[in-house]
Design a binder for this molecule. Structure first.
Ligand code: GTP
Length: 238
């Protein structure tokens, strides 16, 4: 059996991934399947921090185009990430792994507040930690949150789970000529304006030499495969 390369990673799960075949919210069988995929990594002994997006419930950018101020829209999106984190926390615990949600914004009646050392303590105790509420600030995406938290907790990589099997030169869903990359540097991703993550997230990853591995969450067992250095993915590194 191939030895896992990583001891601790940060998995970014998009909010949309939780919608499954639906167009909104949380599709319970999909949530349970993603939780099982995350739990399957336990056998590799890799510690997991998890950042979940909120786009299945709310997109700040979209509503701001319709009249709600951008800052308010972003804060509503932040609340959506907390809802998703709590849902995934329940699914992980149902699947037999201890999990803790920690929010960047204090909401003590709902979950723990993010504190780096406490997050690391949970991880070393074998708990999965869901890092909710983004960075706690408007104008920052959950991709940026994922890179930030990965650097803070000492993760060796960000695993970005999306609905395509890597990074392409254009959107492969709309452009049949889109080329898939096997490897890229952070700088190339920024210069080519690849849409897989925003430039802030890539820049932070570049500064911290944080590899980002992009893969499809639709393939069952994909997270474990990536951790084993198998499966289809694109690695963005320095
Ligand atoms: P260890 O001491 O590391 O084993 O951590 P622990 O999380 O088991 O201990 P603690 O007594 O801090 O937490 C017990 C339970 O309370 C856990 O489910 C925590 O997630 C929860 N908890 C801790 N702090 C808060 C908080 O500020 N708000 C909420 N809502 N729950 C909290």
């Amino acid at each position: 059996m191939a030895k896992p390369t990583y001891q601790r990673v940060l998995v970014k799960v998009s909010g949309e991934a939780l919608m499954g075949p639906g167009g909104f919210g949380i599709h319970q069988p999909t949530l349970d399947r993603i939780a099982l995929d995350l739990v399957a990594t336990k056998t590799l002994g890799v510690e997991l921090g998890i950042v979940v997006g909120g786009g299945n419930i709310f997109r700040g950018m979209t509503v701001s185009q319709q009249g709600i101020p951008r800052v308010t829209g972003d804060m509503m999106g932040i609340l959506a990430t907390v809802m998703n984190a709590l849902a995934l926390e329940s699914a992980l615990e149902k699947a037999g792994v201890e999990a803790r949600t920690m929010s960047a914004l204090a909401m003590p009646e709902i979950c723990e507040t993010y504190e780096r050392r406490r997050a690391v303590r949970h991880l070393t105790k074998g708990r999965m930690v869901l890092l909710a509420a983004g960075t706690g600030n408007p104008f920052f995406t959950t991709d940026t949150t994922a890179v930030l938290r990965a650097a803070e907790i000492g993760a060796q990589a960000v695993l970005k789970a999306t609905d395509v099997d890597g990074v392409y030169s254009a959107d492969p869903k709309t452009d049949s000529k889109a080329q898939r990359y096997e490897r890229l540097t952070h700088q190339e991703a920024i210069e080519r304006q690849l849409k897989v993550m925003d430039a802030t997230a890539f820049a932070l990853a570049r500064e911290n030499r944080m590899p980002i591995i992009v893969f499809s969450i639709l393939a069952k067992g994909a997270i474990e495969a990536v951790l084993r250095g198998e499966g289809r993915s694109t690695t963005v590194s320095g």
